[in-house]
Write a protein that binds this ligand. Sequence first.
Ligand code: FES
Length: 154
Amino acid sequence: MALGLKNVQSKENGNRRSFLKWLLGFGIFSTIASVLIPVIGYLIPPERGSTAGGGRVLVGTTLDIPFGMGKVVQLGNKPVIVINTPQGITAFSAICTHLGCIVDWDAERQLILCPCHDGLFNPQTGAVIAGPPPAPLPPVPVSLEDEEIYLGEA
Ligand code: FES
């Protein structure tokens, strides 16, 4: 009789011990996952509006970027400045060729401006007009279709 009670208690202890082991393992796994998932998400950001593999991406309309205005948009993970110039829509990488600041549109001067060291770029060609940038802004293929502005190759 006493032996049977001991067996039942031993079996309950075994069940409790295995449950506690499972709970401890789950806790450790959850802790590691809650640290690793955000780190991996930060290191490998999702592609947005990418033209990888070809194709064009709609980035707005001429209502968003009216004549004489420019705007920085995202193409994948890269900023691109799109300008509605008298000669048509142009687009360039918005990463300054000096130290990598993001350029912006200077509506008053009708030029692309890098705010970090006052670099100035031509909105038609991307060429350096003034300041320390050593090279022009790389062009990005852009097209206009029914007032919609597309970046990337067709
Ligand atoms: S980073 Fe653009 S001018 Fe220096």
